[in-house]
Design a binder for this molecule. Structure first.
Ligand SMILES: [Zn+2]
Length: 466
């Protein structure tokens, strides 16, 4: 079906304009009636954040999302475009997406006066109706709202003539979704300008008052501490947000793992087979979860799920490096690969007191504690009595991220119970999986104090306690 191309055709089509909030609301209702999910790919918010967002949209509210970094706030903002119509009719060439039946800008008024029903219209797709701005202290009124265009003044326009305005990002998002990240970082003066634009529907630019009755939904994000601290947000702007919604980190280990799986960069490893054992996946997720509860970490900005994602990617890459070097077809991360996670964790954790050396030490402890947690869960009854007995008379086992899986197998085979439990855990007989599982068991027994661990350059030596 061909879309109307002029104002007359649009009128004949029976088009009924509505506000952007009404449009989001109508499309949400339809989606709910079809039994569809609000957003795809957002995990762990089904009973907390998503119902609040649905309520806000049904109430036609502007929304502020409060949360620490890495809680899918930006993703939620961007996903809202899915609730817009496929395309929106605007007067062709208009800078502020004017409604063909009720134009705002003088340029459009002039066009309609000249061409009337023959005025051309354009259809803009939903992705074009979303703008996003990161608030920083140097964002200006000109960026967000607009400025007087000196060229137009030179052409002889009056300053108060709105034809002299060069529109900023907000007017250019008219009839769409305006997203602003870290709202409290916006200078107070700009917050006032934004508030006037939304509430009074006019704005002062360089002392000139310009009427701009825009139609916009605002969705903003902020760190909870910044947002609630006095003076960071002007009160009237705060009042304007009908919905203040708190985001959070994944509440379960399972959710954290699902998000990490979804968001990790897929691994192109032509000819190699990548196997990430479940226990290694759990360790990666537990590292972040533990960090979120540590008292020696500053929780102002939080521990992003991105740390789990980057850790997983790094872990796999280190195993991949080994497989390439040793010409092993299987890529299976091991405990000794975890030492390389410091580079994906530094900078993502704010320790209360740590110099650089202290930071690495603290990261190592965190990783060790995560491995201990997962080990306890994997073997709640620690069924290793026979192994420990045999181990007490043996020479110990060395592990290294540099060693081939076959070298591991030779060392493990001396201890039948270790080999047996590793095979159960590995759920298969692949040498690389067995090596990884055996090292995990050794590490677990060491962190629970059953055997001794001596850290070596690329791995460790496990031996029985004297
Ligand atoms: Zn216009």
């Amino acid at each position: 079906m061909k879309r109307p191309q002029t104002i007359n055709e649009l009128k004949e089509s029976g088009y009924q304009p509505q506000t952007v909030k009404a449009e989001l609301r109508a499309n949400l209702i339809e989606r709910m009636q079809r039994g569809e999910r609000l957003f795809s790919g957002i995990i762990g918010y089904d009973h907390t954040v998503l119902p609040e967002i649905e309520n806000a949209i049904l109430s036609c509210h502007d929304i502020i999302l409060l949360g620490e970094r890495g809680q899918a706030k930006t993703r939620i903002m961007r996903s809202l475009t899915a609730l817009l119509d496929d395309a929106l009719p605007v007067i062709a060439g208009c800078e502020i997406n004017d409604n063909p039946l009720h134009p705002l800008c003088k340029h459009c008024h002039q066009q309609v006066a000249e061409r009337q029903g023959d005025t051309r219209i354009a259809w803009i797709p939903r992705e074009m109706r979303f703008s996003e701005k990161l608030a920083t202290p140097d964002v200006t009124i000109a960026d967000l709202i607009g400025d007087i265009d000196p060229v137009k003044i030179a052409e002889g326009r009056y300053l108060s003539d709105e034809l002299a305005i060069h529109y900023g990002l907000v007017p250019r998002t008219n009839r769409g979704i305006f997203a602003i990240n870290e709202l409290p970082d916006l200078h107070e003066k700009i917050q006032v300008g934004l508030f006037n634009l939304l509430e009074e529907r006019d704005v002062q630019i360089r002392g000139y008052r310009v009427a701009l009755p825009l139609d916009i939904i605002i969705i903003a994000t902020a760190n909870p501490e910044d947002y609630t601290s006095r003076g960071r947000i002007i009160t009237p702007l705060k009042d304007r947000f009908g919905a203040q919604i708190r985001t959070h980190y994944p509440q379960s280990l399972e959710d954290e793992i699902r998000i990490v799986r979804q968001e990790s960069t897929p691994f192109a490893a032509g000819g190699f087979r990548l196997l990430l054992p479940r226990f290694m996946e759990e360790i990666v997720a537990e590292i972040s979860r533990l960090a979120r509860s540590r008292p020696d970490i500053n929780h102002y900005s939080g521990i992003s799920v991105r740390m789990s994602i980057h850790n997983r990617e790094n872990l796999i890459s280190n195993a991949f490096r080994r497989s390439i070097r040793l010409r092993e077809a299987e890529v299976v991360p091991r405990i000794s690969d975890l030492a390389h996670l410091t580079s994906s964790m530094k900078g993502k954790i704010e320790w209360d007191f740590a110099d650089e050396a202290g930071e690495s030490e603290k990261i190592n402890l965190l990783v060790r504690d995560a491995a201990a947690l997962v080990f306890k869960k994997s073997f709640p009854r620690e069924p290793f009595a026979d192994f420990l007995k045999a181990f007490a008379t043996g020479e110990g086992i060395e592990v290294s991220e540099a060693d081939a899986s076959s070298a591991y197998l030779a060392r493990i085979s001396v201890y039948p119970q270790l080999a047996e439990k590793a095979a159960l855990l590995a759920e298969g007989s692949s040498p690389a999986l067995l090596a990884s599982a055996a090292e995990f068991i050794l590490e677990g027994l060491a962190v629970s104090g059953k055997i001794k661990k001596e850290v070596r350059e690329t791995g460790a030596a496990y031996s029985s306690k004297p």
